[in-house]
Design a protein. Sequence first.
Length: 319
Amino acid sequence: MRPAQEIAPVDTIIIDCFYVAYRGFCSTPPLQSSNGTPTNAIHGILGAVRRMVKDLQPKSVIVATEGKTNLRDQMSADYKAGRELPPRFSQQIPLIYKMCMLSGWHLLESDGYEADDVIVTVGRRMRELHLRAAVFSTDKDIISRISDEFGIVGIFKTEKGKSFILEPADYTAKWGVSPALIPEVLCLCGDSVDNVPGIKGVGEKTAVRLIQEFGGVAGIYANLDKVKPDKLRALLDQPRSRASLKMSQELIQLNENLPIDDAIFQPGRQQAEDLHEFFLSLDMVKTAASLGPSPAPPAPDSPIPASPASPDVQQALPI
């Protein structure tokens, strides 16, 4: 892990929209406008993008979001089951989309697919074009696509007010296998975050050991007679285990061949006057002022806390 500024400039930054927005929703005070519209997720994602732009100096900003439907839901009813978004968060999603478009950020989605599929598609195309990107996401499948040279070259994170980039070596040290093999590990041990089943009875340490020894799931099953102990070999060979493994592989496999336009790697056009009005309509006065002079009429002084907040709430705002 090293300071984010050390890899600057990158060609593009990629934002996992729901992850970054929900992160802001949970970490930012419960702000709302004078008409009761919540704004903390909006503040959160705006602050994250501004921080990345400042530290990484990209030419373009890409915000990847979820499709209206998800084909993986048809594969397994349990996939990501139980994830109900708070109403006050969901209420802000259309506003976040509008902010992205007015800001000149490239908002991407593909029906039937998740933001992860969009992100790895962008990364694949950037490898072909010899471009570099940093991604703000913690998704393990995205982590598996980072490389040392082109495409997704690192994962952005903040810690104690500072910005860092996690690179392939960081994940190899953490997992014990290269980033490209992390999905192989998850196919075996499962992923409780997304309800990927894996093989019941195989834990993460065992999965990592098997991948280290045999190089992947295919290698394990090609050399099943060499797997020790015998109890583990018998478990892997059970029809139920093989079926669960197959399901896990299908759920984890990302589609990196979605249609995209190379124009996303060029700067977008900010609609400054409309963006100014948008922020004022949400009582985000300081944010509106940061865009520069505008003929817009005066607005209320600050966002209104939805519940009592400490005097330093204003300093916590990413504006």
